[in-house]
Design a binder for this molecule. Structure first.
Ligand code: R5P
Length: 285
């Protein structure tokens, strides 16, 4: 088995290859001197792949990384790979999983349809709604990122894990069981893309260190609202943990409401403090 990493996921791809004892194939992302100075993505595989089962690791966000995924997948197929497994650590467009308004594209389905042109199967993590897999033309599997967050939590003084909303509850139940910690939840009301409100609910958090666990932190609005409410109820410390840290818009300002922010390496940032390589490697084995 050979592992290839797109430029969004090189360190994770290398770590997965190490976990599997598989060969890592370097890619040149730079055009040869004298190439076209147009800013378009470019990829060149630097080792032969004929007859190999290949794992391509690339987060499909933001958009240029989607295009780069397609270039790599096509190059892998052209080089004669026997099988291609797409590991999409963060499945960009996963949140547009249905038509909210007439005439809208169901972006998650569109992306999967095109990925399936070259890939035999898809592995991803903490996708917004795994039910979308039913519309995918190839087998897709969600790998849990919660064991990675639980590993991080085991070295902390956290007393309680909190789900900021109903959607996060499935993740929080899993991480709480793995870290052997109690959990509770808030109910969130989303007013618009940037504003959320936590429905009033008293929790037993006075003097406690609380971890809020969510699948995604995007603008940080959800985490900030939950954190302020926890602090107002007497929490001593609030740590925000997520699988995918997108940190867009006012995230930097919003995250100041927390004492610490922890994300995995599905999307690389200064907050990527834990790797999900063991989780993907186990699924690939
Ligand atoms: C919502 O369903 C997700 O689980 C996250 O809570 C949400 O996407 C986070 O977005 P933001 O950081 O912008 O509040």
């Amino acid at each position: 088995m050979k592992v290839v990493g797109g430029s969004a996921s090189i360190s994770l791809a290398r770590a997965i290859a190490r976990e599997l004892g598989a060969g890592y194939v370097d890619v040149s992302f730079e055009r040869h001197p004298g190439g076209f100075p147009d800013g378009e993505r470019y990829v060149r595989l630097l080792a032969p792949l004929a007859g190999e089962p290949v794992v391509l690791v690339q987060t499909t966000w933001p958009d240029p990384n989607v295009l780069e995924y397609f270039l790599l997948a096509d190059a892998i197929r052209d080089s004669g790979a026997r099988r291609l497994t797409a590991v999409l650590p963060y499945f960009g467009y996963g949140r547009q999983d249905r038509q909210f308004l007439d005439g809208e594209a169901v972006s998650a389905k569109v992306l999967a349809k095109h990925i399936a042109l070259d890939a035999d199967e898809i592995l991803t993590m903490a996708i917004h709604n795994p039910d979308i897999f039913r519309t995918f033309p190839v087998r897709a599997k969600e790998v849990s990122g919660m064991p990675a967050l639980a590993r991080y939590l085991k070295g902390t003084d956290v007393d309680l894990i909190l789900a900021p909303d109903d959607g996060a509850l499935r993740h929080v139940k899993e991480v709480a069981a793995l870290a052997d910690l109690p959990f509770d939840h808030f109910d969130k009301e989303r007013l618009d893309s940037y504003t959320v409100k936590v429905k009033p609910k008293a929790l037993d958090v006075r003097g406690k260190s609380v971890a809020i666990v969510d699948d995604v932190i995007s603008t940080g609005g959800t985490i900030a609202t939950a954190s302020r409410e926890l602090k107002a109820q007497g929490a001593r410390r609030v740590t925000a943990l997520c699988v995918h840290g997108l940190f867009v818009g006012k995230a930097a300002e919003n995250l100041r409401a927390c004492d610490e922010v922890v994300a995995t390496d599905t999307v690389l940032s200064a907050h990527s403090k834990v790797t999900v390589a063991p989780e993907f490697a186990a699924a690939l084995r």
